[in-house]
Design a protein around this ligand. Structure first.
Ligand code: FPP
Ligand code: MG
Length: 321
């Protein structure tokens, strides 16, 4: 049976080959640094969204892989920058690029990947694609800036959190879907529907990611409870704070404000969060966005790719890493 996972695995091979080509064309001094993250075994979810969207609206051919690598290059650029901003030591189970090389080169490799993605987009000669890519990058940066502005705050609302995740993650997944539809010449209504699907899928993806922050590092490739020290007020942390007795709250809030939790604090809080089921509750909150995304698909062509987009919702819902 052809499933979302089997298509994802199958396409990974071709997407990786297209990414290797892009890497080979990058300036030599930055190639190894970009490769460190680009070829570290990402899921290639964004390229699959672009491929599926283009095919849903009737496009076909090998050129689609050139289109599909664009959001992955942007994604990896954001990760290179993000690990510097977060001071993250590991990514995808490997030491982060800014630790393995250094901060200036990690930032420059991210810049080079962004530029290479723009250049690739321009090569299609379709101005709407460039507008789509630029707005996705702009909104991603805005989402990240919003998160930084509220870093170590433990008093902002869920609405602020939703805006942050829509920006930092939702807009690029939206852009991945939109890119394929624009390339295939979908109608404006279809372009908006698949874009809304992507935005909601992306919000849910990040919410599940934030729940997975409390899973074991062996499973996720990222340190457990990193968000506690990075000062990201995510739903499992919001719920934990609500649950804490008044007498323990001030102590927790001070640690969160200062990012001063020790290894042991992190392990203990992560274990409490899992035991109390706050990570599972946060995952359940993501379902609202998955349902919104699903409704966007109703008016779209009844092709195989529509089924894939539906299965992608299940994939995000059940993500383990
Ligand atoms: C991961 O979030 C980070 C993002 C989804 C976006 C990062 C965006 C920027 C750094 C903006 C500027 C960069 C560009 C190229 C536009 P996370 O830190 O919560 O997840 P993690 O645990 O995987 O690090
Ligand atoms: Mg990070």
């Amino acid at each position: 049976m052809i499933t979302f996972m089997s298509v994802l695995k199958y396409e990974q091979v071709k997407v990786n080959a297209a990414l290797e080509k892009e890497l080979a064309a990058m300036p030599a001094p930055l190639r190894d640094i970009a490769a460190h993250v680009l070829m570290a075994g990402g899921k290639r979810l964004r390229p699959l969204m672009t491929l599926s969207s283009a095919r849903l609206f009737g496009a076909e051919g090998e050129k689609l892989y050139e289109l599909a690598v664009i959001p992955e290059m942007i994604h990896v650029a954001t990760l290179l920058h993000d690990d510097v901003l977060d001071g993250a030591k590991t990514r995808r189970g490997r030491v982060s690029a800014h630790v393995r090389f250094d901060v200036p080169r990690a930032i420059l490799a991210g810049d080079a990947l962004l530029a290479a993605a723009s250049h690739k987009t321009a090569s299609f000669g379709i101005p709407e694609l460039l507008a789509c890519v630029s707005e996705s990058v702009l909104m991603t940066a805005a989402g990240e800036a919003h998160e930084i502005a509220l870093q170590h705050s433990h008093s902002h609302s869920f609405k602020e959190y939703e805006d942050i995740v829509a920006g930092k993650t939702g807009w690029l997944i939206r852009g991945s879907c939109r890119l394929g539809a624009l390339y295939a010449g979908a109608t404006p209504e279809q372009v908006e529907a698949i874009s809304d699907y992507g935005l909601n899928l992306g919000i849910a993806f990040q919410m599940v990611d934030d729940a997975l922050d409390f899973a074991d590092e062996a499973v996720t490739g990222k340190p457990t409870a990193g968000d506690l020290v990075e000062g990201k007020f995510t739903p499992p942390i919001m719920k934990y704070l609500e649950f804490l007795p008044r007498c323990d709250r001030e102590n927790f809030c001070a640690g969160f404000r200062e990012g001063s939790f020790t290894e042991e604090d992190r392990a203990r809080i992560a274990s409490d969060i899992r035991r109390l089921g706050f990570d599972a509750e946060a995952r359940a909150m993501a379902v609202t966005y998955l349902e919104k995304a699903e409704r966007c698909l109703d008016a779209l062509p009844q092709r195989f790719e529509q089924k894939l987009f539906r299965e992608a919702l299940e994939f995000v819902r059940g993500r383990k890493s």
